[in-house]
Design a protein around this ligand. Sequence first.
Ligand code: PHE
Length: 343
Amino acid sequence: MEEKLRQLKDKALRELERVSDLNSFRDLEIKYLGRKGELAEILKSIPSLNGEEKKIFGALGNEIKNELAKKFEEKRIFFGGKRERGFIDITLPGEKIEGGHLHPITLVQNDLENIFTSMGFMILDGPELESDYYNFEALNIPPYHPARDMQDTFYIARTDADGTGVSDLVLRTHTSPVQIRAMQKYGAPFRGVVPGRVFRSENIDASHEHTFYQMEGLMVDKDISIDNLIFTLKQLLNGIFKRAVDTRIRPGYFPFVEPGIELDIKCALCGGAGCPACKHSGWLELLPAGMVHPNVLRAGGIDPDIYSGFAFGLGLTRLAMMKYGIEDIRLFNGGDLRFLKQF
Ligand code: PHE
């Protein structure tokens, strides 16, 4: 009996070794392990053995059966066969597909665009790589002017074919150059906002980034006064915060406006008590603005004796920080999903 079992095992393994496709494998499986296969044939006689033999051969028979089953299974996997026909349980819940969503800056930008289009402003774009002329000179900031120091710039070196280097290109430091472009293109009267990315060579900390977002506003018409400006800014803040925010207006200097103002809002992070985000002053500069300087109107091809205008340069990034209580500006461009997934 033992001999028979061992011979069967060796023969089965030898043939299994030689089998070369799934169909002959299946035939072999039936031949040896099938219900009427050779192994079953031998095992059938075990119940009729006496007590001691039954125990020994029963155990041996099982051992060989298990061993063969294992080897056959390995071969089946080798041929790429499956034990059972594939079964799809259509009642199981599906896999969740994660939807994308908008970045907090885009959310604030969309809100602002709605507010301004409802007041008849158009929405404009401008180049991020800007000429020195549009970024500075046309905005009443000549090369020698100390106001250039207010906005540390990335100058882009350019080498001409003859080897001389001219660097008249900068990454725009603000969206204000689009004021000039807009006036040149559309003339007066004009109403528009320009959301966009700007760049400065900054030392990075919780409130300074080299890349951030602004939204420029420009309105040019006959008889525009600072009252129009202040009204517009208040509309803007109410639309964004949807609650009363404490503001203060103080004089501010920018070469392209006269007079210039700064609108500050009470720091929403510390409630005015002082924190790193507001440089411990309790107030945040949010909206520099002013009446467009006559030289700037002229650079845009508009006669300052007939028209006047206001302009503002909203810090979009800073507004998003205030609205959502974000304490560190570096989070916006950091790409940390733990941050981004909260919006
Ligand atoms: N461009 C200025 C800045 O980025 C802001 C500004 C815009 C000020 C328009 C006045 C009018 O600092």
